[in-house]
Design a binder for this molecule. Structure first.
Ligand code: PGA
Length: 279
């Protein structure tokens, strides 16, 4: 895991946006995995700015979102469909055909989830998955105790997540109780991951994700098993890391190294694929 610490939320978001922009510049038909929540909002704002300033072309990009609340129509202001339109898709001019978000209104969630996985496969797999982390250790809506091999499925939200997300709704009763979400197994198949955290409330769980044991009780810790994860936090979220100085040393030492893995551009060199092919 490449652990990066930035002075504040703006610096962290700008650094993250630069990574996404570099991917799209070098691979105009990139497949982006996207996240919602308050953490990636400024990443998206910086990406929109960079796209304008540098005439970055998103017309051939495909996107997949991590999750969606069950029972919320796309038109609901707090649906993740609405979030993405508001924070990214409208400004980048992305068409409906380019973007993929699970439907929270499907009468058959199992079929909806299977279809979503098939779409990811048809698109050639996700090149870079953007992630936030929940205060209970979730990534996407993979809550504590989720199988680390799980695929996209319908899940029940943890009471902590319901409480955390009640700030977006009139009251806690209005927060949906279930969601459709990529599984940890689905997420780990992305060619690279970019996970972000801001603020002191995430400091404990951020340290568990990076320095604690891999455990289904902290689903984000499964990212330790992935060969290319960039984990960027502001100083508040990084404040409980034991090895802060070492991570900052590595960041300086590796400043001239690529931020994206070579196997995004040469998928046949993906180490996981190579390991499978030799057996
Ligand atoms: P937040 O949510 O960015 O709003 O803190 C992160 C998450 O729940 O994944």
């Amino acid at each position: 895991m490449f652990v990066r610490i930035e002075a504040d939320y703006e610096a962290m978001s700008n650094r993250a946006a630069r990574i996404v922009a570099e991917l799209v510049r070098r691979k105009p038909n990139a497949v982006l995995g996207l996240a919602t929540g308050s953490t990636p909002e400024r990443l998206y704002a910086h990406l929109i700015r960079i796209a304008r300033e540098e005439q970055l072309d998103f017309s051939r990009v495909t996107t997949f979102n991590l999750d969606e609340y069950e029972g919320l129509p796309a038109s609901h202001p707090e649906s993740y469909h609405s979030f993405m339109q508001r924070h990214l898709f409208d400004d980048l001019g992305l068409s409906i055909e380019q973007t993929n978000i699970l439907s929270g209104m499907s009468p058959d969630p199992t079929a909806e989830c299977a279809d979503f996985e098939a779409k990811i496969r048809r698109a050639g797999g996700i090149d870079l998955q953007v992630l936030g982390i929940g205060s209970d250790g979730h990534i996407a809506f993979c809550e504590p105790g989720s199988s680390l091999a799980a695929r996209t499925s319908l899940v029940a939200l943890h009471p902590q997540t319901i409480a955390d997300n009640s700030r977006f709704f009139d009251n806690e009763q209005e927060v949906p109780r279930k969601a459709l979400t990529m599984g940890v197994g689905t997420i780990l198949e992305a060619r690279s991951c970019l996970i972000l955290a801001k603020g002191e409330a995430k400091a404990g769980v951020w340290a568990k994700m990076i320095e604690g044991p891999v455990s289904s009780q902290v689903p984000a810790s499964a990212l330790q098993l992935h060969p290319w994860v960039i984990a960027i936090a502001d100083t508040a979220a990084a404040s409980q890391l034991q090895n802060c100085n070492y991570y900052m040393h590595l960041d300086r030492e590796l400043a001239d190294q690529p931020v994206l893995p070579h196997w995004i551009f040469q998928p046949e060199l993906d180490p996981r694929r190579t390991a499978l092919a030799t057996h």
